[in-house]
Design a protein around this ligand. Structure first.
Ligand code: NAG
Ligand code: NAG
Ligand code: NAG
Ligand code: NAG
Ligand code: NAG
Ligand code: NAG
Ligand code: NAG
Ligand code: NAG
Ligand code: NAG
Ligand code: NAG
Ligand code: NAG
Ligand code: NAG
Length: 593
């Protein structure tokens, strides 16, 4: 072989080595069902909009703001629990799965909401919380006094005596997971508060009660309008019927620390997921919420024999990244999902929710646009918790004002770190009293004082650069074929600068560049072979000096601290230096020699 050939070969290899990595082949993100590429907007009903001045958000409030969702570019929303509940755990303690809580409205308000949303082209997803019921649920009342047929609806167990429970398992809130009931002289099991007894999913009757029957108006979720609802989010999906295997008996108090996690059996809830998925009318979606490790999460996609959900929420950006994370760390978290996701399924990205600090608080106000752009740019489903589109920060809530039982049952000194009230404060609609959330004298959680400088009204003004305007543009951009079907390539450009491209034959290539660091940094996009020459800015973060239409040279771009940009380049298929071209050249070279 001639020296020249060796040189060419070496150059080709080098070229392929420095090429940005294709981590996802977008062609499997089919557009054949509406949810596969949508943005789910999570509404926390208590804090979204109060229509009657009682200080608590409600269904009519949501109805009055549906047009806002349209303006933002949202086409699917999911509501945190609205079922009847004494509200010990903000509605996750359900006393009637078949009715709407009067705090939020009536069944006919709910029907109106669905109708109005559908008229505006918005899908509505409901939360479904199968793990436990409220202690006020009639099933628990009947189970407590051993009414025939209901004895085993919950997980009952003899203790040593009335003060020493069967074992030392702890609830999520760090006290015993067992509560004594004198009436039965037994303990019931609860992974959450004592007001939330776990349902016994080893009892086929319970499974039957919780199943979705298409036309049986007596079944749980059916009563919440399965004919109309566009899907369900199954909360704490890994928990039903799991922790108590009664192996617990063998684990005496003296045998050391045992917590509820050790009793988990991720397969146990599959029956329910499978039932929901197969019985949900076509074009309905089933998502699951479970904070598990990646391998357990993936089980929720199903495994070929057992049907799972359409997707389990991907919380890893929340749990595995933080303010100081490097570009490399963030990219690893993104790649992790793709590496584990079974083929043919759809990815999803969650930045925040009602259980975690606000994005602005956790990852920096100055990085809000960059993160919103990042999840919107990635293939698959994006999830937005209400308020993140305007970059709301955590609210201010004192110990006395606290509502979250997880914190209120604990120590005052732990309140700041444990309470989830901070991310649940009311939405900032405008600059008026209570941020336009409520006309009442008192709101269920205090409205953050930050609403005066950060609210939707201010951010919606024509011509201002704002988180909301960035968000609106993102929702439009997500309709581009490249962002739906395109391949994803990722690259670390500098310690705190990351970049992705989305590429699709015959379509524009898009590039996202995000400097999350504190210093301006010069970067080059030369490792993205589909980009060449100049790219044109289509969207930039609030503080960026770049504007739509500006051109940037791919050879060198100075990214300001916290600046994020999305730019595009005309497709350049002919000279696409991908690995296949290189392989082809190599094969030809060897053939010739
Ligand atoms: C992506 O997948 C599709 C179908 O599975 C395949 O035809 C195509 O060649 C793949 N593209 C790349 C770049 O891997
Ligand atoms: C058991 O409790 C239910 C619900 O509170 C009540 O209607 C029923 O009469 C009770 N049965 C007995 C035998 O006490
Ligand atoms: C309850 O049982 C535990 C464990 O056997 C024992 O240590 C404790 O003294 C008992 N308490 C009462 C009041 O009998
Ligand atoms: C994930 O969790 C399951 C169940 O708790 C456990 O069996 C498994 O080893 C864990 N996997 C990893 C990779 O940690
Ligand atoms: C799928 O999961 C079920 C239940 O956990 C199990 O019985 C079955 O063997 C699994 N199938 C495959 C292909 O892994
Ligand atoms: C980020 O890292 C710096 C330097 O290590 C440290 O001082 C700072 O507290 C960290 N900030 C956060 C929010 O973790
Ligand atoms: C924009 O820059 C100003 C001044 O540095 C800063 O106070 C503000 O927080 C930044 N806003 C955003 C959204 O990054
Ligand atoms: C609000 O407070 C005013 C004055 O304290 C009182 O007159 C009014 O009835 C209160 N309104 C409501 C809805 O509680
Ligand atoms: C862009 O991609 C879509 C989907 O693959 C394709 O149908 C369309 O023809 C492409 N556009 C051009 C100009 O090639
Ligand atoms: C960036 O600046 C912030 C605020 O001054 C600081 O908390 C953080 O630690 C800095 N980040 C790094 C990586 O040094
Ligand atoms: C590329 O952009 C630079 C500025 O970033 C500009 O000076 C140059 O003329 C542009 N080249 C082309 C071919 O548009
Ligand atoms: C395509 O890319 C090559 C370099 O890889 C460049 O020379 C050429 O001008 C580009 N063509 C277009 C139409 O942008």
């Amino acid at each position: 072989m001639s020296v020249l050939k060796l040189v060419i070969l070496f150059t080709c290899l080098l070229h392929s080595l420095i090429e940005a990595e294709v981590v996802y082949n977008g062609s499997s993100t089919a557009k054949d069902d509406w949810w596969k590429h949508t943005t789910f907007y999570q509404i926390y009903p208590r804090s979204f909009k109060d229509s009657d001045g009682d200080g608590l958000g409600d269904l009519n409030g949501i109805i009055s703001k549906l047009q806002y969702l349209v303006d933002a570019g949202i086409t699917a929303t999911w509501l945190s629990p609205i079922s009847k509940s004494p509200g010990v755990d903000a509605g996750y303690d359900i006393s009637d799965f078949r009715d709407i809580d009067e705090k939020f409205g009536t069944m006919s308000d709910f029907d109106r909401l669905i109708k109005a949303a559908h008229e505006l082209g918005i899908k509505v997803i409901l939360d479904f919380v199968p793990n436990h019921a409220s202690y006020q649920h009639v099933w628990f009342q009947l189970s407590k006094n051993r009414t025939k047929g209901y004895e085993d609806y919950f997980i009952w167990k003899k203790g040593y005596n009335s003060t020493t429970p069967p074992n030392n398992w702890l609830s999520r809130f760090d006290y015993s997971a067992w509560e004594y009931v004198a009436e039965r002289d037994e303990y019931y099991y609860h992974q959450f508060t004592t007001s939330q007894p776990d349902l016994n999913f080893r009892n086929p009757k319970v499974v039957q009660e919780m199943k979705l029957g298409n036309h049986d108006r007596d079944r749980v979720a059916t009563r919440l309008g399965v004919e109309n609802v566009d899907g369900y989010n199954m909360m704490v999906a890994f928990l039903p019927g799991t922790a108590v295997t009664y192996n617990g008996e063998e684990i005496g108090m003296e045998n050391g620390e045992v917590t509820w996690e050790e009793g988990q059996d991720p397969g146990a809830c599959n029956g329910l997921e499978s039932d929901f998925k197969t019985k949900l009318p076509f074009h309905r979606v089933l998502m699951t919420e479970a904070y598990s490790n990646i391998s357990v999460d993936m089980l929720h996609y199903g495994n070929g024999t057992v049907e799972g959900a359409h997707f389990p929420f991907n919380f890893f950006i929340i749990t595995d990244t933080e303010y100081n994370s490097t570009a490399n760390e963030i990219i690893s978290v993104i790649k992790k999902w793709f590496q584990h996701m079974p083929s043919g399924h759809v990815s999803n990205w969650v930045l925040g929710n009602h259980d975690r600090d606000r994005v602005a608080t956790r990852l920096g106000v100055e990085n809000v646009d960059g993160y919103n752009m990042m999840v919107a740019f990635l293939p698959g489903i994006a999830v937005t918790y209400n308020g993140e589109e305007i970059g709301m920060e955590n609210g201010e809530v004192t110990w006395e004002e606290g509502q979250d039982p997880g914190a209120c049952n604990g120590l005052e000194s732990d309140f700041k770190t444990v309470s989830r009230d901070f991310e649940r404060t009311p939405f900032h609609w405008d600059s008026s009293v209570n941020a336009g959330f409520s006309t009442g004298n008192k709101t269920w959680l205090p409205v953050s004082s930050k609403y005066k400088t950060n609210n939707l009204e201010l951010q919606s003004k024509d011509g201002v650069k704002s988180h909301f305007h960035v968000y609106q543009d993102l929702m439009k951009l997500r309709k581009e074929d490249t962002l739906i079907y395109g391949n994803l390539n990722v690259e670390v450009l500098a310690t705190y600068v990351l970049a992705f491209t989305r590429e699709l034959d015959g379509n524009d290539t898009y590039v996202f560049i995000f400097n999350k660091g504190n210093y301006s940094t010069s970067v080059s996009l030369s490792s993205f072979k589909s980009l060449s020459g100049n790219v044109t800015v289509v969207l930039s973060s609030t503080n960026s000096s770049r504007n739509k239409g500006d051109t940037l040279s791919t050879a060198s771009i100075i990214m300001d601290a916290h600046e994020a940009i999305i730019a595009k380049s005309r497709s350049n298929v002919s000279v696409c230096w991908n690995i296949y071209t290189i392989l082809l050249i190599m094969v030809l070279l060897f053939r010739i020699s």
